[in-house]
Ligand binder design. Sequence first.
Ligand SMILES: [Fe+2]
Length: 178
Amino acid sequence: MRTVTLTDVFAHPIAQKYLKRSGLAHAITAAYHAYHLALRHGVNVDLATKAALLHDIGHYTWYKNGRWDYEQYRQNDIHAIKGAERAHKLLIRLGEHPQNAKEIALAILLHTDSYLPEGEWKRTPLQAIVKWADEADEEPGGRHHYRTISDDLAWKKIRQLDELVSRQHGKERLGDIV
Ligand SMILES: [Fe+2]
């Protein structure tokens, strides 16, 4: 049994506020990519889809004179840090198991290299999948953040993905027991 579904997360006002800020269409597409990637690589689909859905909720709006200021963004952005913290708080509030909330938060923290020190280090499979899922939906100039989707279609896609995840998660759990 999943404690917290994508629908639970999506319905929360905090998620609504920040998902809409950084692009609902991008978050949902990344969550679908994460589902398929997790299936292919034998990673927990429940954690992968929640992390991908929430990966950008830490974005701050870097506006100057009514326009996005990329220079300010590039220099000062900490969206992965803020997103990890917001996602963790939200998931714990919704009743997520602390171990899951931690894994999801870490995958969000490490989904981008933009602020990390240079060097060789290795992501876990879950962390790699969230990064790939994000990259798979990236468009030049950050246009993926501006793609729109209607609320109706967004809800439909979230519910559909929840069904897929629940079905797969049930199989994974059974595999643990057998
Ligand atoms: Fe992203």
